[in-house]
Design a binder for this molecule. Structure first.
Ligand code: AMP
Length: 539
């Protein structure tokens, strides 16, 4: 079994009694549809259409072969796939035999993948030949040298490594193979991160399944729902809030798109009769602009009746334009891969929907809004968000030091968000974690600062957020250079970071050079002053 921090017994009993935890593995989602509507369309991916029976069969084929190769309970897998049907086939196959995966983002590069591999020590890797890391065998060989036993690639011809080949029937599931117990880890979700190394979030079947069932109900997902998956499929928002898994739970259809770019998505919506789409705010802005520039395109969105927006701050003015210009209902989502998810409800007043980020899924989500000394603040006052509940994790994987900071004595997770609560609803008004939210993509400042400091000419580095009209935030790196070095060019600095293997979305958008960095009274880098200095320059 994969170790994780469990909920205290008393809370676990409460969550079971309330019917949140039903001790069913996530594969139950697929099993239920196999009993009700096996021939219904589960997935559309390009020209491919998969029924629930196809999804079940292909995932069983893969599970059988993986089990035959000796993989099962206690094993982990590193998976990196783009938005293709295989993402879900692989996910269910691994769940079926109790292999615990990490779904890396397709934009992740060597640094992120190596960091995940170092933490979970996978015996299985499933990736794509089309990704730069797997175009030749160098990285694959490195992974093998590190203990990877089976490595399968999408779009690979050589049958021994071809994921396609492993999806063909070949081996039945052996007797005794099955998912991990429902109260154990099903898979790892990725943390947006605010520390030097990316952290992993163990999610159990019980807690994740509850968040899926409850989200599907809150978002009124039904067997008629046709859901656009245009953000990365592995992201918590697209996977479970209500996400593709919420859609599978209700027996609807997931329509996959390579990106949220309006040109492709509008055509897909019209062709496939998409009814629901989750988007991050910058993508909403692109969609709004597309309709403004070409009002006739709105006709393509005729079937779209619900848009979910979350992942980053969503300006009220933009929110108000969604129903008006795109002709659909808006639901705001404020969630985190660590657990807690808030939604505005479909029946809420327009004011609530436009001006808040919703309220928690569960009556048993406990939310505290705290001042600097950890005391609760009154409603209407901004404070730090702390939470615990039936689907909020209790600790990052193998990170005791970080967990000691992220959790308080009552087991509440401190998310690093600053919120205002009013009548049970939350508004996200700021952040205390050292992170940049670049249009929904999270960048841990410390991770990039450490990489910048590996440059021989840099002595101090600080990464801060700078406001951006389009993405909400971009990043700016403040650098102090070694005596005698006058300047480093931004392209050279970006090259330095790319050579270290970091994902491109984490590259600083701007660089500023200073003789030294301002410090606070306690001697820490004064990032507020750095941010303010940018605002002054911009003004
Ligand atoms: P992730 O785990 O990558 O989904 O990131 C979770 C974090 O994204 C939260 O802790 C917030 O900082 C941010 N976030 C998510 N949804 C919203 C939202 N609707 N408004 C503002 N920030 C958000």
């Amino acid at each position: 079994m994969i170790e994780f921090s469990p909920w205290p017994q008393e809370l676990a009993a409460r969550y079971r009694k309330a019917g949140y935890w039903i001790d069913q593995p996530l594969t139950g989602i697929l099993d239920a549809q196999m009993a009700i509507r096996p021939m219904a369309e589960a997935l559309v991916c390009g020209d491919r259409r998969l029924s629930y029976a196809d999804l079940d069969r292909l995932s069983r084929n893969l599970a059988g072969r993986l089990a035959q190769a000796g993989l099962g309970h206690g094993d982990t897998a590193l998976v990196q796939l783009p938005n293709v049907a295989e993402f879900y086939i692989v996910f269910f196959a691994l769940l079926r035999i109790g292999v615990v995966p990490v779904n890396a983002l397709y934009s992740h590069r060597r640094l992120e993948l190596a960091a995940y591999a170092a933490q979970i020590k996978p015996r299985l890797v499933i990736a794509a030949r089309g990704h730069e890391l797997f175009r030749d065998d160098a990285f694959a060989d490195e992974l093998r040298a590190g203990g990877v036993q089976t490595l399968l690639l999408l779009d690979e011809d050589a049958s021994a490594h071809s994921l396609n080949h492993w999806l063909e029937p070949g081996a039945d599931l052996p007797e005794g193979a099955g998912p991990t117990p429902a109260d154990q880890v099903a898979f790892f979700q990725l943390s947006g991160g605010s520390t030097g190394t990316p952290k992993l979030i163990p999610r159990t079947h019980n807690d994740y399944d509850y968040s899926i069932r409850a989200s599907a109900e809150i978002c009124a997902v039904t067997a008629q729902t046709r859901f656009l998956c245009a953000l990365p499929a592995g992201h918590n928002f697209t996977l479970s809030s209500p996400g593709a898994l919420g859609v599978f739970h209700a027996g609807g259809t997931v329509v996959m798109a390579p990106s949220p770019e309006p040109q492709t998505c509008f055509d897909l919506i019209a062709r496939e009769g998409v009814t629901m789409a989750p988007l991050v705010p910058p993508a909403v802005a692109l969609w709004l602009r597309a309709v403004e520039e070409e009002p006739a395109r709105r006709a393509q969105l005729a079937t779209l009746n619900q848009m979910l927006v979350g992942g980053a701050s969503f300006a009220e003015a933009t929110a108000r334009r969604v129903p008006e210009l795109l002709g659909c209902r808006l639901q705001q989502v404020f969630g985190m891969a660590e657990g807690l998810v808030n939604y505005t409800r479909l029946e809420d007043s327009a004011e609530t929907i436009f001006t808040t980020q919703g309220r928690p899924i569960s009556p048993d989500d406990e939310v505290r809004v705290l001042d600097q000394d950890g005391r609760p603040v009154p409603d209407g006052t901004a404070g730090a968000l702390a939470t615990r509940g039936p689907y909020t994790f209790r600790g990052y994987y193998r990170s005791p030091d970080h967990n000691a900071q992220a959790f308080d004595a009552d087991g509440f997770y401190h998310s690093g968000d600053v919120v205002v609560r009013q009548g049970g609803y939350l508004r996200v008004v700021g952040r205390i974690k050292d992170q940049i939210n670049r249009g929904g993509e999270k960048i841990a400042a410390e991770e990039i600062e450490n990489l910048l400091l590996r440059h021989p000419d840099i002595t101090h580095a600080a990464l801060v957020a700078t406001p951006d009209a389009w993405l909400g935030e971009k990043s700016c790196a403040f650098l102090v250079l070694r005596a005698g070095v006058e300047k480093l060019s931004p392209p050279a600095l970006r090259r330095h970071l790319l050579d270290l293997g970091v994902a491109e979305y984490k590259l600083p958008d701007r660089f500023r050079f200073l003789p030294d960095l301002p410090l606070t009274a306690v001697g820490k880098i004064d990032k507020r002053r750095l941010r303010d200095s940018l605002a002054t320059i911009a003004a």
